[in-house]
Design a binder for this molecule. Structure first.
Ligand code: GLC
Length: 440
């Protein structure tokens, strides 16, 4: 297919999901606004409609909490989706914004990256105007991370729910939750094989085959964990006081570190200062990633925040220190070696979200195996930062091929390319547009 046709196809997906000032991730399955989805969408839109891209990002700010947190979901009140306002009840928190319903947790902070890229697509005057419009919100968001999620002050932030990583059923988290936070009632349901009773209430599996989604036991566990957060009114300090499974996630920290640096660049453009204590946290964070490196296994692992033990379960996040830009050339080389291991990540359609040789790998089940275009995009960027252009090109080619062969699907088998999950998925389309239109 010609480049122009692919572009038209991708733009049509974004148009069909465009709700005026924000874009839904996909029809049916995802009717609300999600934080990192909108950031990826804006990165694609920036290539051909900077004004609309700017609106997409500004619409995220309307959900900002008084604490500075940007919530991972802002609800479309017209929708009766199963994870709506009634599940979250954000108004129970004194920090929640007034007059708008949101979730009570965040998602990987790629906003500064999106702001920067949208800014790059504008002329200088518009860029500075846009940067100054969004700068305070960005500063408050990064400030919130270090104030409420870096309790040891060591530069590593903690996540309190797998949804905060954007990778709902990713193995390190599932492993940790199954060991430390499985309530009796879910154990009982498991023992008595009562899942079919709960399957009846699942909306997602009516839209997408159950074999491509999270299984019911994990799904119950995720909602159970969300209720515990709600009971604590989404107050990070309260939650972390007695948390059983808060985690220093490699992906979240890698993304935050890179976005800290971009925020510094935005401040520089505006001739603004980053407050000294925040700058200090940024500096610590750059070095702290090293804490998650296991020399014995020569890889990064997530770490339990309370026990400080590594969670030795590999997942694609462990390659994303490449994107952080904060690791040494030597570490980067080791990560590329892992990436190019064909028993792990170097498949016919890279990059699987879990190494194919892992016990928990499943080629079509959500974040337990399939290749996703957003993680490919982050890796492409990271590989280029360290000079691995050939590997970046191979992942780019594979991503474009998947889109060309199967359209804008949510994820794909990394083994044979089987398209899975939602159709007309926005971030796939947006990031394909970005890859198609980037300068060679
Ligand atoms: C799923 C994904 C998450 C995404 C959301 C909307 O929950 O795991 O990363 O933001 O869907 O697309």
């Amino acid at each position: 297919m010609r480049k122009a046709q692919l572009l038209d196809q991708a733009k049509a997906v974004l148009k069909s999901n465009d709700l005026g000032t924000w874009t839904r991730p996909a029809p049916g399955l995802y009717p609300h606004q999600w934080l990192w989805d909108s950031c990826f969408v804006a990165i694609g839109l920036a290539r051909y409609d900077a004004k609309r891209a700017r609106k997409e990002l500004m619409s995220l700010v309307r959900g900002q909490w008084l604490s500075g947190m940007l919530p991972h979901m802002i609800f479309d009140e017209q929708s009766n989706h199963f994870t709506g306002p009634h599940v979250w009840q954000s108004h129970i928190s004194p920090a929640a914004p007034l007059g708008i319903e949101t979730s009570g947790i965040t998602q990987p902070p790629v906003l500064a990256e999106a702001v920067w890229r949208v800014g790059e697509s504008m002329g200088r005057t518009d860029r500075l105007e846009f940067f100054s419009e969004i700068f305070a919100a960005l500063l408050r968001y990064h400030g919130w991370f270090y104030r409420e999620r870096d309790l040891h002050g060591d530069g590593l932030v903690v996540s309190i729910h797998p949804w905060e990583t954007g990778m709902d059923n990713t193995p390190p988290w599932i492993e940790e939750m199954t060991h430390n936070a499985m309530p009796m009632w879910i154990k009982l349901i498991h023992k008595l094989r009562l899942y079919p009773l709960f399957d009846i209430f699942r909306q997602d599996t009516r839209l997408v085959p159950a074999s491509e989604r999270i299984n019911t036991s994990i799904s119950l566990l995720l909602f159970h964990a969300q209720r515990r957060l709600r009971r604590k009114k989404y107050d990070s300090l309260e939650i972390l006081r007695r948390s059983h499974f808060s985690i220093n996630d490699v992906l979240v920290n890698s993304i935050l570190i890179r976005n800290n640096r971009i925020l510094e660049n935005i401040a520089h453009e505006l001739d603004e200062e980053i407050p000294a204590d925040l700058r200090q946290s940024f500096n610590k964070a750059r070095l702290a990633l090293e804490e998650l490196w296991c020399e014995e296994d020569r890889q990064y692992y997530c770490r339990n925040f309370v026990t400080r033990e590594w969670i030795k379960s590999p997942y694609i996040g462990a390659l994303l220190p490449l994107y952080s830009g904060a690791i040494s050339k030597d570490r980067a080389r080791q990560l590329v070696k892992t990436l190019k291991d064909d028993l792990k990540y170097w498949t016919k359609y890279p990059v699987p979200s879990v190494p194919i040789s892992s016990p928990g790998y499943h080629h079509l089940r959500y974040w337990q195996g399939p290749a996703w275009i957003n993680t490919n995009w982050l890796l492409i960027d990271g590989l280029r930062q360290y000079g691995f252009f050939k590997e970046a090109e191979a992942i780019k080619r594979s991503s474009l091929r998947l889109f060309e062969q199967h359209g804008s699907r949510e994820y794909f088998s990394a083994i044979d390319g089987t398209p899975s999950g939602a159709k007309d998925f926005s971030w796939t389309a947006a990031l394909i547009i970005d890859l198609l239109l980037e300068k060679p």
